[in-house]
Design a protein around this ligand. Structure first.
Ligand code: BES
Ligand code: MN
Ligand code: ZN
Length: 497
């Protein structure tokens, strides 16, 4: 993963500070801020000249690199638009513009001058957190099975000149938060991008063990198929039975809070490949079903982020990992299985496998006496139809929890949209031969899937995030690392940070 160092400090004189690249945010139609003024002088008016020539006006998204001085080798002007309307979208655009401008350049270090921009302290904090997150997430490249990966920016060290803008300690905290989230996003994206023949349930179990070695606060246990049978996890086992790859229930226990504090529990769908099973999927785009462990990947990414931040909170991450394949020993449509909860399920379609692995994981989650349980799953194609790729589908059995997650999504720009969980839908998953059917028939496919899960989550506060649309892109293909930013923000909020 990209190693990037962020440093926040007050720099006495922008013109004489040594740097490979001085980054100067500029608003439209305003006087140059103090750092820009000094550098303009030191470069015999190169900034004023560029403005006068009309090559750069400070429009949002504009950038221009000028040769600098002996101290600051390059000067990178970033247009931030109208100062009065500079908001979070402006800060996001700023981060993207910095990244784009540095791509293909040789600078491995840069210094960003914030003085004179007139940002409120909270706005500056948000901007720095987002910048760190974006630079790291955007420079992630998939390398595992590629001989010559595409180049990313060369930047490995960014100094923030906080003088006159924000206290260095606050800036430093914001940068650490953004960095951890960026690394979490990259981690989730990378796991998602790995092919199904590498990223198996056993691979994910090994990955969890590796993650645990990086932190004294994180311990890992793996429930194997034999233990699953003893626990009565007939629903989870019915998915892996047609596969050569044994299922794994991966439990990561992070103890950052007080011993008695109830944990937040994250449960991820970890189908490392979803062929549909006997209800086989059509061939087109079936390769994308390697992304069907995106929920699990986001649990790993979030666990990494919170361990890096040493979050003062107890968090349990559970991954229900299995491969869904057709075989002589595979589950067949019409088969009835018994879940760990004791409820029986008629498997009317073996392609509705996510809810089968998740229902047993949700029952298992109750043993942690959770403050709340949030599951994350690439659960339904219907969610892609409903919301497309921008919003994650959110379902919850409690309004306050739903609101907390919606707020975390808005704040981190990793947004979710709430969908109904009304009782009326429950009738669609009735079965003549079992307590529940695993599909709900025509209409409201993502809602009936959530209704199915809710039957196993009635003992605690619970929310379900359907990331079928937001979890990966099809053109160009790649996992997005969502919703690591939302989840980490939600946990930071719970820790009061
Ligand atoms: N992993 C899929 C959901 C999915 C499909 C996500 C396409 C993203 C794109 C899930 O296991 C599945 O196959 N769901 C079925 C459910 C149906 C059989 C009730 C679906 O959505 O078609
Ligand atoms: Mn499926
Ligand atoms: Zn699936």
């Amino acid at each position: 993963m990209t190693a990037m160092t962020f440093i926040a400090r007050d720099v006495a004189d922008a013109a004489t500070a040594a740097s490979q690249c001085a980054i100067l945010p500029l608003f439209q139609n305003t006087k140059l801020a103090s750092a820009a003024l000094k550098i303009d002088k030191a470069t015999s008016g190169s900034i004023t000249a560029a403005l006068a020539l009309g090559d750069f006006s400070g429009k949002r998204g504009e950038s221009l690199i000028l040769p600098g001085t002996d101290a600051a080798k390059r000067v990178l002007l970033i247009g931030c638009g109208d100062a009065k309307t500079f908001d979070r979208e402006g800060a996001r655009k700023f981060s993207q513009t910095v990244y784009q401008a540095l791509l293909g350049k040789q600078a491995s270090e840069a210094m960003l001058h914030l003085a004179g921009l007139g940002l409120k302290e909270n706005a500056a904090k948000w901007m720095l957190a987002y910048l760190a997150r974006y630079l790291i997430a955007a420079s992630y490249r998939y390398t595992e099975t590629i001989s010559k990966p595409k180049a990313a920016i060369k930047l490995t060290r960014l100094v923030i000149n906080t003088k006159g803008a924000i206290k260095p300690r606050l800036a430093s905290n914001a940068l650490s938060e953004g960095k951890a989230i960026g690394r979490g996003i990259a981690e989730a994206a990378n796991l998602g991008n790995l092919p199904g023949n590498i990223c198996t349930p056993s691979y994910l179990a090994g990955h969890a063990r590796k993650l645990a070695r990086s932190s004294g606060k994180l311990s890992v246990s793996i429930v194997d198929e034999k233990q699953m049978r003893a626990l009565g996890m007939g629903a989870l086992l019915s998915v892996s039975t047609g596969s050569e790859q044994p299922a794994k229930l991966i439990v990561m226990n992070y103890k950052g809070g007080k011993a008695a504090a109830k944990p937040q529990v994250l449960v991820g769908k970890g189908i490392t490949f979803d062929s549909g099973g006997i209800s086989l999927k059509p061939g087109a785009k079936m390769d994308e079903m390697k992304f069907d462990m995106g929920g699990a990947a986001s649990v790993f990414g979030t666990m990494r982020a919170i361990t890096e931040l040493a979050l003062p909170l107890n968090v349990v991450g559970i991954v229900a990992a299995a491969e869904n394949m057709p075989d002589g020993s595979a589950t067949k449509p019409g088969d009835v299985v018994t879940s760990m909860s004791g409820k029986t399920i008629e498997v009317l379609n073996t392609d509705a496998e996510g809810r089968l692995v998740l229902c047993d994981a949700l029952t298992y989650a109750a043993r942690f006496k959770p403050a709340a349980v949030i599951d994350i799953a690439t659960l339904t194609g219907a969610c892609v139809v409903a919301l497309g790729s921008h919003a994650t589908g959110l379902f919850a059995n409690e309004d306050a929890l739903a609101d907390q997650l919606l707020a975390a999504g808005t704040d981190s720009h990793d947004r979710a949209w709430r969908m109904p969980l009304w009782d009326d839908y429950q009738a669609q998953i009735k079965s003549n031969f079992a307590d529940l059917a695993n599909i709900g028939g025509a209409g409201g496919g993502s809602i009936t899937a959530a209704c199915f899960l809710s039957c196993f989550a009635s003992d605690y506060r619970w929310a379900h995030l359907d990331i079928a649309g937001s979890g990966w892109n099809s053109a160009p293909k790649g996992a997005t690392g969502r919703p690591v930013a939302l989840l980490t923000r939600y946990l930071l909020d719970r820790a009061g940070l």
